[in-house]
Design a protein. Structure first.
Length: 415
């Protein structure tokens, strides 16, 4: 039997099946995939050629030692991770194997938002004023300097966890503990001192750009326009991706995107970069060294025909990339929530007779018996379902998502 000549990709963790299976499925058609995970694979198994169960996937040096042992048996061509809590640990693995993405200090600059701000200071990249603080008193003094309204933000979390707008000192006092004490599922420690950022509140439309980077050259692939709800919090309730979004070819915008990566020292891999489009131009919110979440890469695939999983894996292996879109459409996603805290789901489904023709997929996340809440108590994890659509225009995309959301049928324990 002929040996399998596909490159061997080491993948660290997989994430939530409802949000990440499509990536693993497409990658497995072009690469042999060996998974580092903390449990035996279940749904992932059909896409893998091997796996290693480890005590932790956030201990970078320990994973690196295991990866070296794997590489001694068979050469690993690239290392990939799309989980925010594990990208820094994964960079230790790539470093130990001498592969692209092996720069832990650079990845830490992205994960630690205070370091991101400091690295970009003086680079010419526009960003909000920002100060790191430890106490309410320090936060009040910082807010006086950056001005109200201000944003309180955890120094190293993602998915808008703990982010809240405060309009005055009284509100800052009331909300400081909410931001300081918000925790992510993974126990990564970002900073023992100054765990909170107080930032200038910049307003406008927020966008995110998924890009592939090779040898420092940034190629933006697709741009998502974010829909934010539940103010004063910043829950991401939906996204729209237009293959013909004018920002993708706007020379001023793409120059800022390149300058951002250059200043941060990002050389190889995939990034998910967020900007606020203000009246005075784009201002950087953050840079993430991974594929976008919230099914944004999937929307990019629907809109452009580009396969984000295969491209990210190819970039990790240093292979040539084909970044030319094969279609020009508009795709969107809408997340659904319950109305009240601590709601028990009795039943949940989409009515197929009420769905618009533009629907691509409908997914129920919450299962009967689940107790869920809307934000802020249920930030991200309060989502009970989502729908994706693909259309020929933004207006059609919005209307189709409205119809899909209206087709969701939920009964609760209270009836």
């Amino acid at each position: 039997m002929a040996s399998d000549a596909r490159p061997l990709l080491l993948l660290v963790a997989t994430g939530w099946r409802e949000f990440r299976q499509y990536l693993l499925e497409s990658i497995s058609t072009h690469f042999r995939v060996h998974l580092f995970h903390t449990a035996e694979p279940v749904w992932e198994r059909e896409y893998l050629t091997g796996w290693t169960v480890l005590p932790s996937t956030i201990d970078g040096p320990a994973m690196a030692r295991e990866a070296v042992r794997l590489n001694e048996v068979e050469r690993v061509h690239g290392v990939l991770c799309w989980d925010e809590g594990r990208i820094h640990a994964t960079s230790h693995v790539a470093e130990a194997l001498g592969l692209r993405g092996g720069d832990p200090a650079m990845i830490w600059r992205l994960r630690d938002k205070a370091q991101t701000r400091e690295a970009l200071a003086g680079s010419g990249v526009p960003q909000p004023r920002s100060e790191k603080v430890s106490t309410v008193a320090e936060a009040l003094a910082a807010a006086d300097r950056v001005g109200y309204p201000a944003i309180l933000k955890p120094r190293g979390l993602g998915a808008s966890l703990g982010v809240v707008r405060v309009d005055d000192p009284a509100r800052l006092r009331a909300m400081f503990a909410f931001t300081r004490d918000t925790r992510a599922p993974d126990p990564v420690v970002y900073a023992s001192e100054h765990p909170v950022l107080v930032e200038q509140c910049v307003t406008g439309e927020e966008v995110s750009i998924d890009s592939v980077v090779q040898d420092g050259k940034v190629v933006p692939l697709f741009l998502a326009r974010k829909v934010v709800g539940y103010p004063p919090y910043a829950e991401e309730v939906g996204h729209y991706v237009d293959a013909d979004d004018p920002l993708l070819t706007d020379p001023t915008f793409t120059a800022i995107l390149q300058d951002t990566h250059t200043a941060l020292g990002f050389q190889d891999g995939w990034t998910h970069t967020e900007y606020m489009l203000t009246d005075t131009g784009p201002m950087l919110i953050e840079v993430n060294g991974r594929l976008g979440g919230d099914m944004i890469p999937y929307l990019g695939m629907l809109a452009t025909g580009l396969d984000p999983g295969v491209l990210a894996a190819s970039a990790a292996c240093g292979l040539d990339l084909d970044v030319h879109p094969t279609r020009r459409r508009v795709a969107g996603i809408r997340f659904c929530y319950v109305e009240r805290d601590d709601t028990t789901i009795s039943s949940i489904h989409f009515d197929p007779t009420a769905l618009p023709t533009a629907v691509d997929r409908t997914v129920t996340i919450a299962q009967p018996g689940a107790v869920v809440s809307p934000p802020p108590k249920g930030t991200v994890w309060g989502r009970i379902a989502y729908a994706t659509v693909v259309t020929d225009s933004m207006d059609e995309c919005v209307d189709s998502l409205d119809a899909a959301q209206a087709a969701l049928r939920v009964t609760t324990a209270a009836g």
